[in-house]
Design a protein around this ligand. Structure first.
Ligand code: S3P
Length: 436
């Protein structure tokens, strides 16, 4: 399907004020999934009402879970318990969302009924073998298309057994899918990761009263317990805040405060990397909300320098590289990214699509199999294509702050998957963006 929405960004300007970006996407998905599987009511506030999360909401509604909302970030979920889901009448459509597909696959592996997961053109190209393999080891029966691509057909009625799984790649989605299947498995399910990835599933399971043990790099739980409904306050998404963090860092005279942002240590790579490049970033009002650390983040314009991005920061900033490439393009000197091959299997091949767009805007960038080498320079105006990738669309929008001509960004419809209202909030802060 051709998506038509176009962003046009006039050059220059600066960012000011206090903003609250929408709710965290990862935490929102998990709140819907665990709320549906819990016994009793779960009240969520701050939920992201983006298309990805709405796909998760619709999937559980199709499996008989009653919900009120979402409306203004509030969602009431009448949990049906771990064994209360009903067979959906048709295939469950995960839209653009890899998180929804991989996490829900873990849940469906443990059900008594058959199910099918489908997605849009982008999701249909993404690798699902990484979740099919451990779930199959647990006893699940899942059929995918060639090379482990969606749709996934899951045959219900299997009895799952716990496994001790060593993840071949740093993936919170796979870790979470396996742990969710572990709720239905006999005995203990343990997942060991090669590098720390977001731990929202582990934290939230504990919030629902389910014991999860963490020993070094291994998270484990034992099947057969129950989840108890609770109240959840979803913080603002640091991955959405990241566009404004970079925008304010690169645009002269900017000063912005981003309110109530989740600063889970497994998500703060963008703060660490930007600070190492010389950004002026301060955390204020730090507190813990629903088991997640939260803060207001103040960022001021500063002059950035290129760096070699530490490899241990890569999984902690995995969704922020499109906009970090813009920061690198505006920095003095060279920025080198490696160890980021996962970027090639996101909503688009983010290394290739960013490199293509930055070259159009006059920046020298060399692609490597697992990263890029970016020379800071002067951004020019031009027409770039986001190739339907929400984060690439928003990253190039921020580039307008330092460009010497207008930037037109094609295929921006999918910004709604993670950041509905991005253009309105960005205009409010000072970005000269219009939508066609
Ligand atoms: C997510 C995990 C990450 C991230 C994605 C959301 C999650 O993917 O890129 O946007 O909510 O667990 P991987 O775990 O595949 O790296």
């Amino acid at each position: 399907m051709t998506q038509e929405k176009t962003f046009i960004v006039n050059p220059g300007g600066s960012l000011h004020g206090k903003l609250r970006v929408p709710g965290d996407k990862s935490i929102s998905h998990r709140s819907v999934i665990l709320g549906a599987l819990a016994q009793g009511e779960t009240e969520v506030s701050g939920l992201l009402e983006g298309e990805d999360v709405l796909a998760t909401v619709a999937a559980f509604q199709a499996m008989g879970v009653a919900m009120q909302g979402p409306h203004r970030g509030k969602l009431a979920i009448h949990g049906v318990g771990l064994h209360g889901l009903k067979a959906p009448a048709q295939a469950l459509n995960m839209g653009n969302s890899g998180t929804a597909m991989r996490l829900i696959a873990g849940v469906l592996a443990g059900q008594a009924f058959d199910s099918e997961l489908i997605g849009d053109a982008s999701l249909s190209k993404r690798p699902m073998g990484r979740i099919i393999k451990p779930l199959t080891d647990m006893g699940a029966v899942i059929h995918a298309q060639q090379d482990g691509r969606p749709p996934l057909k899951i045959t219900g009625g299997q009895s799952l057994k716990g496994i001790d799984y060593r993840l071949p790649m740093a993936s919170a989605q796979v870790k979470s899918g396996v742990l969710l299947a572990g709720l239905y498995a006999q005995g203990k399910t343990a997942v060991t990761e090669p590098a720390p990835t977001r731990d929202h599933t582990e934290r939230m399971l504990r919030g629902f009263g389910y014991e999860v043990t963490q020993a070094g790099a291994t998270a484990s739980l034992t099947g057969g317990g129950k989840l108890t409904g609770c109240h959840l306050d979803v913080p603002a998404d640091i991955s959405s805040a990241a566009f404004f963090l970079v925008g304010a860092a690169i645009a002269h005279d900017s000063e912005l405060v981003l309110e109530h942002v989740g600063i889970n240590p497994t998500r703060v790579g963008v703060l660490n990397i930007l600070r190492q490049m010389g950004a002026d970033i301060q955390l204020m009002n730090e507190k813990t909300v629903s088991g997640e650390p939260v803060a207001d983040i103040r960022v001021r314009a500063s002059s950035l320098s290129g760096i070699s991005i530490p490899k241990d920061q890569v999984p902690l900033a995995i969704d922020e590289f499109p906009v970090l490439f813009i920061a690198a393009a505006c920095a003095r000197g060279t920025t080198i990214l490696s160890g980021a091959e996962e970027l090639r299997v996101k909503e688009s091949d983010r290394i290739a699509v960013m490199a293509k767009g930055l070259r159009i805007l006059g920046i020298e960038i060399e692609e490597t199999p697992d990263g890029a080498i970016i020379q800071g320079g002067q951004l020019q105006g031009g027409h770039v294509d986001s190739e339907g990738d929400h984060r690439i669309a928003m990253a190039f929008a921020m580039a307008g702050l330092r460009a010497d001509g207008a930037i037109t960004i094609l295929d921006c419809e999918n910004v709604n998957t993670s950041f509905p209202g991005f253009d309105v909030l960005a205009r409010q802060a000072g970005l000269q963006v219009s939508v066609k």
